[in-house]
Ligand binder design. Structure first.
Ligand code: FES
Ligand SMILES: [Fe+2]
Length: 458
């Protein structure tokens, strides 16, 4: 028998997952991230249970369901949900599992219906979730089943911000506005340049990516460091220039609960005319804007260093950039996208193009095409990104790299001569830095991931 001098573990019931998460926490203190958190069966299962059932998750934009009866089918983690506009105008987020045996009662992506009839035995639900019909009810059940008790399960909380519909499967969440915090303030900057707001330009384009959903969320949290390398070909075809300076003109915004954005000081880099993401350089946009509802910092951010990309934890991201098209005048496109986890090392990318409600058809179409051209499934940026992200999950699942205990390097902030300190003059919410260097935004996302995985959402 071997006797060791090791003290008894203080956590005798710690699971292998708990041990791994403790190790992740320790490594993150050294600005390292174990590769094994990506493309990992145990981590993936825990993410579905500990993150997607406990936090606010984006499910739809109100412009997708403007009329009574409209519905879209969506996902919260792995669970299919139906998002409906009921006859009273209310928004419902309901599980797409029949209460009889679980079959999906809604089998289409979108439509308009007052009822959902299960294809298996025909139980029928109203679009507010209530059970309204059971075939052969008298013979099968005698007395009618309780409409509410046997209705579709509903999300514990549903709320909206600027038309963005979020749902939470747990009651134990803060109010949506509180949860969004500074990200809500930034969502205002992005979507309230005009009082009529924005709408989706169509249903989301969807495509599978052999990547870990966190890799994409982290990239959109604000990885500007990859632009001059991964997207060099876009500069080679003279679609864009100055990619080398992208970190220099980067401006980061870190908010509570892991929400992060990164912007660019466009007016400083390109010229004073290039205000509001470059809208200021074009006709037909900024003359319609009304920023009177913004505070002074929002006005400054929108005008001079607007957010280019961002991630609202856990899996909603945003991008808005000036888009020079090969034919015709340029535009500025706005996309929101969701990284839908499918399996370890695999997610489905859902990409919505947004347009302004004040735009005419031609202008809206131009921005939509610009968005697809850059970040559609065949977009010039998208093709670069998704291929690189595949490499992350491949390295993470490598038996050799697992044996090596591979850790990814997040040490960009350590010895850099660039001033990466939080901006002491910053008057907005959260932390602002005047550089794109440092990987601080990625860490803001990953720290929230770790907190949530460990059950500490405070
Ligand atoms: S499973 Fe839906 S009616 Fe039986
Ligand atoms: Fe990219």
């Amino acid at each position: 028998m071997t006797v060791t001098n090791q003290p008894p573990s203080t956590e005798p019931f710690a699971t292998p997952l708990d041990v791994l998460l403790d190790r992740v926490e320790k490594d993150m203190q050294d600005d390292l991230v174990p590769a094994e958190i990506f493309n990992n069966e145990d981590i993936f299962r825990a993410e579905m249970e500990r993150i997607f059932t406990t936090t606010w998750v984006f499910v739809a934009h109100e412009s997708e369901i403007p009329n009574p009866g409209d519905f879209v089918q969506r996902k919260i983690g792995l669970d299919p949900v139906i998002v409906t506009r009921d006859g009273k105008g209310g928004i419902n987020v309901m599980s797409n599992y029949c209460r009889h045996r679980g079959t999906q009662v809604c089998q289409t992506d979108a439509g308009n219906s007052r009822f959902f009839t299960c294809p298996y035995h025909g139980w029928t639900y109203a679009n507010d979730g209530k059970l309204v019909g059971t075939p052969l009810m008298h013979r099968a059940y005698g007395t009618p089943l309780d409409r509410d008790e046997w209705g579709l399960k509903k999300a514990a909380k549903v709320d909206t911000r600027n038309g963005f519909v979020f749902a939470a499967l747990s009651d134990d969440v803060p109010p949506l506005d509180e949860w969004l915090g500074g990200a809500g303030w930034m969502l205002d900057v992005i979507t309230k340049l005009h009082p009529a707001g924005m709408r989706v330009a169509g249903p989301p384009e969807r495509y599978m990516v052999n990547g870990d959903w966190k890799t994409a969320a982290e990239n959109f949290a604000g990885d500007v460091y990859h632009l001059p390398t991964l997207h060099a070909s876009i500069q080679e075809i003279e679609m864009i220039e100055g990619l080398q300076g992208t970190c220099e003109i980067g401006r980061t915004y870190e908010f509570e609960n892991g929400h992060t954005f990164i912007g660019h000081a466009w007016t400083e880099a390109i010229g004073p005319f290039f205000t509001h993401w470059g809208y200021g350089a074009l006709e037909g946009y900024s003359e319609h804007f009304d920023l009177s509802g913004f505070d002074d910092t929002q006005k400054f951010v929108a005008e001079h260093q607007p957010p280019t990309v961002g991630t609202i934890f856990p899996n909603l991201s945003f991008i808005r950039i000036f888009s020079p098209l090969p034919d015709g005048p340029p535009g500025v496109f706005t996309s929101f996208r969701q990284w839908q986890p499918v399996a370890p090392g695999k997610f489905e990318l859902w990409n919505w193009q947004f347009v302004w409600n004040f735009q005419d058809e031609e202008s809206a179409q131009r921005d939509y095409v610009g968005g697809q051209y850059c970040f559609g499934s065949a977009g010039v940026y998208e093709q670069d990104d998704t291929v690189a992200w595949e490499g992350v999950q491949r390295a993470a699942a490598s038996p050799w790299m697992r044996k090596e205990g591979m850790k990814f390097n997040y040490q960009q902030g350590n010895n850099s001569p660039v001033d990466q300190a939080p901006d002491p003059e910053w008057t907005g919410p959260g932390i602002h830095r005047n550089t794109g260097y440092g990987e601080h935004v990625q860490f803001n996302f990953l720290r929230q991931w770790l907190r949530t995985m460990k059950g500490d959402r405070a």
